[in-house]
Design a protein around this ligand. Structure first.
Ligand code: 5GP
Length: 204
């Protein structure tokens, strides 16, 4: 059987730079797929349907839950977000790695289903930087920003379930760290079959 694709789950507080970092990583690793989530939140200016998210109404989202269309879903900062199941399963089956950028509640659910997935938590260098980033990106109202900052402590509490922590202080450095994790995970004994050709009479 073909080797299954790996799942990389990236979480981190709002404003930590998940989007930018994941986009950079994907540009460097064209063999990796990005899972595009469904969300009920308003589209931000500059966001593109099917690229950043699939923007759906609440009714559609609830119907999808009933139809078990999501691998996981959660209510985050007052909106619903969910990972469509079909693409993940297809990618895994075909040996394609998939990156999921989801919140900590969703990550817990993915871990229950796929304990072998790789869990990465992104942190800002400090709280002040995080608040500054949220304010400067000018995509959210003051109320939304406060709600997102208020969630920080409960998000940090879930950090111990992650395999890796990457500090997003300097972007290039953080991308290098993510690449190192990607590489290391592919070199894990259970994720490689390259040793087989070395065994006597072994065929790869
Ligand atoms: P944003 O509104 O800033 O795009 O995302 C808000 C939060 O929702 C982020 O923490 C993001 O990682 C998370 N999120 C995005 N898609 C999903 C998803 O499919 N499932 C879950 N559980 N969280 C998601």
């Amino acid at each position: 059987m073909e080797k299954e694709g790996l799942l990389f789950v990236v979480s981190g507080p709002s404003g930590v730079g998940k989007g930018t970092l994941c986009a950079k990583l994907l540009a460097e690793l064209p063999e990796m797929a990005l899972s595009i989530s469904h969300t009920t939140r308003e589209k931000r200016s500059g966001e593109v349907e099917g690229k950043n998210y699939f923007f759906v109404d609440k009714e559609t989202f609830l119907t999808n839950i009933e139809n078990e269309a999501y691998l996981e879903w959660a209510e985050v900062y007052g909106n619903y977000y969910g990972t469509p199941k079909a693409l993940i399963e297809e990618n895994m089956f075909h040996g394609i790695d998939t990156l999921l950028e989801i919140d900590t509640q969703g990550a817990i659910l993915v871990k229950e289903r796929f304990p072998e997935a790789v869990f990465i938590f992104l942190v800002p260098p400090d709280r002040k930087t995080l608040a500054g980033r949220l304010i400067h990106r000018k995509t959210d109202s003051e109320e939304v920003i406060s709600r997102r900052l208020a969630a920080l402590d409960s998000e940090l509490e879930r950090m111990p379930m992650y395999d890796y922590v990457v500090v997003n202080d300097e972007l290039e450095r953080a991308v290098m760290d993510l690449r190192a994790i990607y590489r290391a995970e592919h070199l894990r004994f259970e994720n490689t079959k390259s040793y087989l050709s070395l065994k006597t009479g072994g065929e790869n």
